[in-house]
Ligand binder design. Structure first.
Ligand code: 5AD
Ligand code: SF4
Length: 478
């Protein structure tokens, strides 16, 4: 029954895409040219994937993509995980106002996590009246319908849902890269870390059925995709709400069998739910990349408890050590927050000691940002100067240890997936190693999308310079 109603919903949305085509045809006549769109994405990989879905629908409706934000239809897919992401959106909206004055046909839409916050909607209604359409994270699958309603109505259209259990499959998608793609395996988060707004704006955990996921991956492989990234806020709890009994490790085993897929990545793993089964699947796999992102957040047990993370410093270190023992070439990266309420200098030292012990290949370090409605917002905040001092110290430690880790492959030949022509120097290509390190090397753009063997000649901190291994080329392995 549920599957049937999802199927009906998909058909409804395709009907709206047809209807949107009529609006775009009318606009084409008025403008005397094909209308153009621009999607600006803030935030994480999930948002990047959502944006590909928005682009897919806009292209099907007849818009062409524009590199410029000064387009006929502009959409900001927003993030609200930290306040600076929100501030960026307001700043950029100010610029759009100027463009819209000069192009009366221009329409502006906002979607994504930030729109799930009531205070944001109030602010936009008050100070950004020129916005035409606002929707949230739960009804993004209705974008075609909302697009039609926007063209058919006057004034600002706002449609925000508090939650949903629906997952609508098989709507159009326009991938940014032909050879790699993200795939949602689950939506939402049930963890309620006390600093984090995600569970409030993305809703409760919902896993997609394994058959739907595999069907999508098979279709991607048939379309030339060689690398996939399975996406979820907490992939290790995949399958918990499904009728069939399946774990994330079990899903990975199935994904491994898809022919044509050569590399598998996933994001994000919560340390408290990482199973031995998953470690063994990674160890045995030929395709799962040698990179695991394992957010630490803090190293002090007191702060970890206040954050509601569900593990201690010792448990985390033991897990990291065990992974490195089982899979020695596994790169470990992490997220760290400095300045959580109540965090002292001694607590920051505990975080630093974990960084030194684990020796991350890379770490994203964030200054704690107070998010309205989360439990941590009501706790006593740490003064800015103290946070800054701790942040600088953590960053320095991360850089020192990461440099050492990244360098250990110097001189070796490893496989890289060629992603693009180097942005600064167009005689170079940019590729990504299985462990997620970037390498730049001379080569022809015809290699983009291929996996090549590269000798890593010089480590430059977080990345390498290299050259394609000639012998490998001669043997036709690239
Ligand atoms: N302040 C700072 N960083 C945060 N993150 C999540 N919420 C906050 C916050 N309120 C960080 C966490 C998470 C990453 C995606 O963003 O480190 O892992
Ligand atoms: Fe936020 Fe914690 Fe869920 Fe990650 S696991 S999205 S940090 S609540």
């Amino acid at each position: 029954m549920r599957d049937e109603s999802m199927q009906d919903e998909k058909e409804r949305q395709y009907a709206y895409i047809e209807r949107a085509r009529k609006h775009v045809e009318k606009l084409t006549k008025e403008l005397g040219r094909k209308p153009v769109y621009h999607v600006t994405t803030f935030g994480c990989q999930m948002n990047a994937r959502d944006s590909e879905k928005l682009c897919g629908i806009l292209e099907e409706a007849g818009f062409a993509e524009s590199e410029e934000e000064n387009a006929d239809f502009v959409i900001f897919n927003t993030c609200t995980v930290r306040d600076n992401a929100n501030q960026k959106v307001y700043g950029r909206l100010g610029e759009l106002k100027g463009f819209k004055k000069r192009n009366p046909h221009m329409k502006i839409a906002l979607c994504g996590c930030m729109m799930q916050e009531a205070s944001v909607i109030e602010k936009i209604k008050e100070s950004y009246r020129f916005v035409d359409l606002i929707f949230g994270t739960h009804n993004i699958y209705k974008f075609a319908e909302l697009l039609c309603s926007m063209y058919e109505a006057e004034g600002m259209l706002i449609d925000i849902w508090q939650d949903t259990s629906e997952i609508v499959e098989d709507l159009p998608v326009k991938r940014k890269y032909p050879f790699k793609s993200g795939i949602n395996v689950m939506f939402g988060c049930n963890n309620f870390c006390s600093y984090c707004i995600v569970p409030y704006v993305r809703g409760r955990e919902r896993s997609r059925g394994p058959k739907d996921i595999l069907r999508e991956i098979e279709a991607l492989a048939a379309d030339g995709v060689v690398e996939i990234m399975l996406l979820g806020q907490n992939v290790n709890s995949y399958g918990k709400n499904l009728e069939e009994s399946i774990t994330f490790a079990g899903l990975l085993r199935e994904v491994e069998k898809v022919e044509g897929i050569e590399r598998i990545r996933f994001m994000t793993s919560h340390p408290k739910d990482l199973s031995e089964e998953l470690i063994q699947v990674m160890k045995d796999s030929k395709k799962i990349c040698r990179h695991l992102h394992l957010p630490l957040q803090a190293g002090s047990d007191r702060i970890l408890k206040a954050m509601n993370r569900g593990y201690t410093k010792e448990e985390y270190i033991a897990l990291a050590k065990h992974i490195r023992e089982e899979i020695p070439d596994m790169a470990l990266t992490t997220d760290i927050i400095v300045g959580f309420p109540g965090e002292t200098k001694e607590d920051v030292e505990e975080t630093i000691s974990v960084i030194k012990e684990v020796e991350y290949d890379n770490a994203f370090t964030f200054i704690y940002s107070k998010r309205t409605g989360t439990p941590a917002a009501a706790m006593e905040q740490v003064p800015e100067e103290i946070v800054k001092e701790g942040f600088d110290k953590v960053l320095k430690t991360v850089q020192e240890t990461a440099r050492k880790r990244v360098k250990r492959y110097q001189g070796q030949v490893l496989e890289a997936l060629v992603e693009e022509v180097n942005e600064q120097d167009d005689s170079l290509l940019t590729g990504r190693l299985s462990n997620n390190t970037i390498v730049h090397f001379p080569g022809s753009p015809s290699l983009i999308g291929k996996i090549v063997k590269v000798r890593l000649t010089e480590c430059r901190g977080f990345y390498y310079l290299g050259e394609i291994e000639k012998e490998a080329e001669a043997y036709g392995r690239i």
